[in-house]
Design a protein. Structure first.
Length: 151
């Protein structure tokens, strides 16, 4: 399990992924999958870039991690710059990822209470960079944002 000091390093890596997505013209959400204090998967929302219905940042990070053992997932922490949606939360439950660290949940809040009820440890950092990046994106591209969250 990552120490409190490492949370900022891993959230920084997720934020870098979000910036990469933004630079590619996509939705600026980033994620990293960490096992034993090491990043094993990195991803960002690529729905726009790949024309995908499901390639959210968390899904991309899990995919980038490759085929891992069940024991590996059970030692993992998933970092995301934005609160994971129902789909990404479901993937976390499927693989029994026990911890999720969230950069911010003011722009969007996924089913955090449900995850907690299923035993997932949720930590919300409320990182100003994550929030400001999402607010700028929503203001600049409301149609893309609304398409992604289904409103």
């Amino acid at each position: 399990m990552p120490t409190a000091e490492r949370h900022s390093d891993f959230l920084d890596a997720a934020y870098e992924q979000a910036l990469l997505g933004f630079d590619e013209g996509g939705i600026p959400i980033g994620s990293v999958l960490v096992i034993d204090d090491r990043i094993v998967g990195r991803g960002h929302n690529r729905r726009i870039q790949r024309g995908s219905a499901i390639l959210h940042a968390e899904m991309d990070a899990i995919e980038d991690g490759g085929r891992l053992t069940a024991k590996g997932y059970r030692r993992a922490t998933l970092y995301s710059t934005l609160s994971p949606c129902e789909m990404c939360s479901g993937a976390s439950l499927l693989y029994r990822i026990p911890r999720i660290v969230i950069g911010e949940n003011r722009t969007f809040r996924g089913p955090e209470d449900y995850l907690r009820s299923r035993g997932v440890e949720i930590t919300v950092i409320d990182d100003h960079r994550c929030y400001e990046l999402m607010q700028a994106f929503v203001a600049e591209s409301p149609d893309l944002w609304n398409e992604d969250i289904g409103e």
